[in-house]
Design a protein. Structure first.
Length: 404
C-alpha cells in the first residue's frame, strides 16, 4: 500500500468514516474497511519515513537519533471499531509524538482518550499535566482536543477513543481527572482490568460482539468515574454479557480438549472463581455449559458426518469416554438418542445430480422428530426464543442476549 493511501486511512478511521471490519477478514478484504499499519513489510531505510508520513495527519514523529532510523524502525498498529468507539493497538520502539496547538485546532477532535499500557510505557505531557503509564500504572486519560507530547519506551499501548456524547454528564469529572498528574489512576481498578481483558479479545470479536463491547465499555467507564450504586448496577449486565461471550468463544474453541475445565475458563477470563460462577449462574454452571456445548457439537457432527464414524468415536473426541453416560446425557439434552439422530439423517436422500448445478444437497438438514418440533438444536433455543444451552439458561435482566 502506498504512503499516500496510508495517509488517508488514519483520518478516515479517526473520523468514523470506515465501517466495522471483522478482523477475521483477509488483509485484502479489510484494507479499506479497517485501519492497519506495519513497517515490517517495508525496506528498512523507508520504515521511519513511512511511519512519519502515516502519522502526519495527527502529529509529528520524532526520534532521538534520526540517522539510526535508516537501519530500521519498528511500528505496527491495528484499528478496531466498538460501535463509535475507536481503538488503536500500537506496538513500537522508543520514539516521541508531538501534537502542536495548530494541529489540535486543525483536527478539531474532542474525544476522551484512554491510553492502556499492555507492556512498556510512556510519559504523556498534555495541557500542562504530566502522566506516566507503565507496568504499575497502566492507564492514562487525555483529551484529543489539546496539544500533547508523548515519549514512548518499547511498548504496546492501546488507545480507546470515546466520543464525548457517550459520557454525557461526566464532563466535569473527566476534566478534573485530565488536570491531575496520573489522574486516571484514581479510577476504580476494575477499569484497568477491563481494558486489559478487552485488549486481549479485540482480534477475535465479531461485529455484534464489538457493539456489545462498546456498550460495556461505556457502562464500566461511567461506573469507574462515578462509582454510584446505580452506575455500578447499570454496568454489571453489559460487563457480564461481554465476559460470557469471551468465555463461550474460548469454550467452543477448546471443545475437543480433554482438560477443558473450570480452571482453564477462569484463567482465560482472568476473573475470580466467584465471578465466573456468577457469569454462568443461569446456564447450569460452567461444567454444565461445557457439557451442553460438547453435546451440541456431537449432534452437528453426527448429522453431517458422511463417513459414518462410530458414535463412540465422535463422543470420545469431545471427552465422553463412557458410552452409556454419553447416551444418557445426549437423550436428556435432545430428547432422543444419538442413534436416532444418525438414522434420521441417513433415512433421507441427501445428494442428487442436477445437469446444471452438479451435486446438490437435498433433505438436509433432516426433519426433526415430532416431539422436538419447535426447537433449534444448533442454537439451543426453542421457537419462542428461550435459551436451552444448559438447563434453564437465561441471561441477566437488562443485558443483550449472547449469540449462540
Amino acid at each position: 500500500m502506498g504512503h499516500q493511501m496510508l495517509n488517508e486511512v488514519l483520518p478516515r478511521f479517526l473520523n468514523r468514516n470506515i465501517v466495522f471490519d471483522s478482523t477475521r477478514c483477509t488483509d485484502s478484504e479489510s484494507t479499506e474497511r479497517s485501519y492497519h499499519f506495519d513497517t515490517k513489510w517495508m525496506e528498512k531505510e523507508l520504515q521511519f519515513d513511512a511511519h512519519a508520513n502515516e502519522l502526519s495527519y495527527l502529529c509529528e514523529l520524532c526520534y532521538k537519533n534520526i540517522q539510526s532510523t535508516r537501519q530500521g524502525h519498528r511500528a505496527s498498529k491495528k484499528g478496531y471499531n466498538l460501535g463509535d468507539i475507536r481503538v488503536i493497538d500500537r506496538i513500537g520502539e522508543e520514539m516521541s509524538f508531538i501534537k502542536s496547538k495548530q494541529d489540535a485546532i486543525r483536527l478539531n477532535l474532542d474525544d476522551w482518550v484512554f491510553m492502556y499500557a499492555a507492556y512498556g510505557g510512556a510519559t504523556v505531557d498534555g495541557n500542562g499535566v504530566r502522566s506516566t503509564i507503565n507496568s504499575l500504572n497502566r492507564l492514562a486519560l487525555i483529551t484529543a482536543e489539546h496539544p500533547f507530547n508523548v515519549h514512548f519506551a518499547d511498548h504496546e499501548i492501546v488507545y480507546f477513543s470515546v466520543p464525548r456524547q457517550r459520557l454525557g454528564g461526566l464532563e466535569g469529572a473527566m476534566a478534573t481527572l485530565t488536570s491531575l498528574p496520573n489522574g486516571a489512576n484514581r479510577f476504580h481498578p476494575m477499569l484497568t482490568k477491563y481494558f486489559g481483558t478487552l485488549t486481549a479479545e479485540l482480534p477475535n470479536m465479531s461485529e455484534s460482539e464489538a457493539v456489545l463491547a462498546g456498550d460495556a465499555t461505556t457502562a464500566i467507564i461511567r461506573a469507574a468515574i462515578a462509582p454510584s450504586k446505580d452506575n455500578i448496577a447499570e454496568a454489571q449486565p453489559a460487563i457480564m454479557a461481554t465476559q460470557f461471550e469471551t468465555a463461550k468463544r474460548f469454550i467452543d474453541d477448546n471443545l475437543r480438549s480433554h482438560d477443558l475445565n473450570v480452571q482453564r475458563v477462569q484463567a482465560a477470563l482472568r476473573v475470580s472463581r466467584r465471578q465466573l460462577f456468577k457469569i454462568f449462574d443461569k446456564c447450569d454452571g460452567v461444567n454444565g455449559f461445557i457439557r451442553s456445548r460438547r453435546l451440541h457439537a456431537c449432534y452437528r457432527e453426527l448429522i453431517s458426518d458422511g463417513v459414518g464414524r462410530p458414535i463412540h468415536q465422535i463422543a470420545e473426541d469431545y471427552g465422553f469416554t463412557n458410552p452409556a453416560n454419553f447416551s444418557r446425557l445426549f437423550r436428556r439434552e435432545f430428547g432422543f438418542t444419538a442413534s436416532d439422530a444418525r438414522e434420521e439423517i441417513h433415512s433421507r436422500p441427501r445428494v442428487s445430480t442436477d445437469s446444471t448445478h452438479g451435486l446438490a444437497l437435498r433433505g438436509y438438514p433432516p426433519a426433526l422428530p415430532a416431539r422436538l418440533q419447535g426447537t433449534d438444536h444448533t442454537s439451543g433455543r426453542t421457537s419462542s426464543g428461550q435459551c436451552r444451552v444448559g438447563p434453564a439458561c437465561a441471561w441477566p435482566a437488562g443485558a443483550t442476549a449472547p449469540r449462540s
